[in-house]
Ligand binder design. Structure first.
Ligand SMILES: Cc1cc2nc3c(=O)[nH]c(=O)nc-3n(C[C@H](O)[C@H](O)[C@H](O)COP(=O)(O)O)c2cc1C
Length: 203
């Protein structure tokens, strides 16, 4: 059974990205995965304070909710981040999670401890923005590539939805919720995300 963590990185509960996260959870759970959803804005996660505390151990010295999240990340086969675009980036709550993955980066690339938790994991990004600009998701996709790499994974797929602004507006795009659900099913099962039409895949 695949172990999946879904991080919801919007301050808005039941906002557009949170609903995409829920659809993903529903698909993955229905397909038999062991899924946990974590709302980042309900957690106490400090940004990285660049203290160097993890430099020699790969273990972050900050005592906050990342402690339990590090343990869960080590067990995960699939990690999902659902975040809206704020100023052409992921939200600050999501970025705190990303920055704190530095401890895992140290384990892999400085201490050469190998893959985190002894396995490779899939990374999936679900995102929404109000505008329709061509470059809307470019910066965040780059961040996701390096985030998933730091936690011993690879950005394997992204669902990117333009033109949704009001809370819950994504319900008017049932095809997008369906794609998120399908992604969840595939994540729980084959991991062949190319089975889902109209998503972003690495080139
Ligand atoms: C602080 C802030 C910054 C935003 N910046 C952008 C932006 O740069 N580009 C964009 O298309 N939408 C931007 N938006 C709009 C949100 O991405 C949009 O409303 C989205 O649907 C919110 O998703 P949520 O319901 O999951 O929070 C911004 C919204 C806020 C509150």
């Amino acid at each position: 059974m695949r172990n999946i963590i879904v991080f919801s990185g919007s301050p808005r509960k039941e906002g557009n990205s949170d609903l995409l996260a829920d659809a993903f959870v529903s698909g993955a759970t229905g397909a038999g995965a062991d899924v946990e959803k974590i709302r980042l804005y309900q957690k106490d996660i400090s940004p990285c304070i660049e203290c160097g505390g993890c430099d020699e151990t790969g273990i972050c010295i900050l005592d906050d909710d990342m402690r339990e999240i590090y343990a869960k990340l080590e067990m995960a086969d699939v990690v999902v981040l659902a975040s809206p675009i704020f100023f052409y980036n992921i939200t600050s709550g999501s970025q705190a999670l990303v920055e704190r993955s530095q401890a895992f980066w140290v384990r892999q690339y400085v201490l050469k401890q190998g893959s985190i938790g002894g396995k490779k994991r899939d990374g999936i990004f679900l995102s929404v923005g109000a505008t329709k600009g061509k470059l809307l998701f470019d910066g965040s996709l780059r961040v996701m590539r390096y985030f998933f790499d730091a936690i011993g994974g690879k950005l394997q797929a992204a669902l990117l939805v333009r033109g949704v602004e009001k809370k819950g507006q994504i319900k008017q795009l049932p095809d997008m919720l369906e794609k998120a659900e399908r992604l969840g099913m595939v994540a729980a099962d084959s991991g062949d995300y190319s089975e889902v039409d109209g998503i972003w895949l690495p080139g």
